[in-house]
Design a protein around this ligand. Structure first.
Ligand code: 5GP
Length: 212
């Protein structure tokens, strides 16, 4: 049974592909050793830069199905045609060891965690603009063109869910965005609340600016 205690022991970061979430997560983990990354399982093919067991556990469809039927996931979702899931046992053991846990999941996963009432603090990361999002996605150079096009098309849908999160941050520059995230975690930030007027205005503009 998951017991999280105070809010913020589980930090959820969600973003469309290319918003810079992975770099943010790495920077945050390096800055704040009390946070441990929850390594998800996925059926997506491994990218050359990725390490099995560190970035993801890369599993087959069959293995993923078996884990689902064993109720091994705290949440799971299909994203871009592949399955992704957060290990219940992994998160529970990190929490039990006194760590805070960083989850990098899509909006569906964040929604599921809310429904399960695990007391997570949820943050949606937006890119500064949709043009910048496309540029970052292409510069990554790790995906095939059809994958990039699909991810760009899905970005608009992803971004439309920003208001379901507790906070929204706009990732202009990684270090200042990490500072903002840390101020949210510390409970010292109201300006990035998803219901603050300035955030509503900016998030609406960025998330609707995508046309392709
Ligand atoms: P990528 O394949 O680019 O690493 O991730 C694609 C999407 O899947 C991202 O939005 C990422 O946050 C999401 N994702 C990664 N792991 C999980 C997970 O365990 N659960 C859910 N629901 N989404 C995940």
């Amino acid at each position: 049974m998951l017991t999280t205690g105070e809010k913020g022991n589980i930090l959820v970061l969600s973003a469309p592909s290319g918003a810079g979430k992975t770099t943010l997560a790495h920077t945050l983990l390096a800055r704040e050793p009390r946070f441990k990354f929850s390594v998800s399982s996925t059926t997506r093919p491994q990218r050359p830069s990725e390490i099995d067991g560190q970035d993801y556990f890369f599993v087959s469809d069959e293995q993923f199905r078996a884990m689902r039927s064993q109720d091994a996931f705290l949440e799971y979702a299909q994203v871009f045609g592949h399955w992704y899931g957060t290990s219940k046992e992994h998160v529970e053991s990190l929490l039990a060891a006194g760590h805070s846990v960083l989850l990098e999941v899509d909006w569906q996963g964040a929604r599921r965690l809310r429904e399960r009432n695990v007391g997570a603090l949820t943050i949606f990361v937006l890119p500064p603009s949709t043009e910048e999002l496309e540029r970052r996605l292409r510069n990554r150079g790790s995906d095939t063109e059809p994958t990039i096009l699909r991810r760009l098309a899905d970005a608009s849908e992803d971004m439309s869910h920003w208001h379901e999160f507790n906070y929204v941050v706009i990732n202009n520059e990684v270090n200042s965005t990490v500072e903002t995230i840390l101020s949210i975690v510390a409970g010292n930030n109201t300006k990035n609340r998803a219901d603050s007027p300035a955030i509503c205005e900016q998030a609406t503009q960025i998330s609707s600016g995508y046309s392709r």
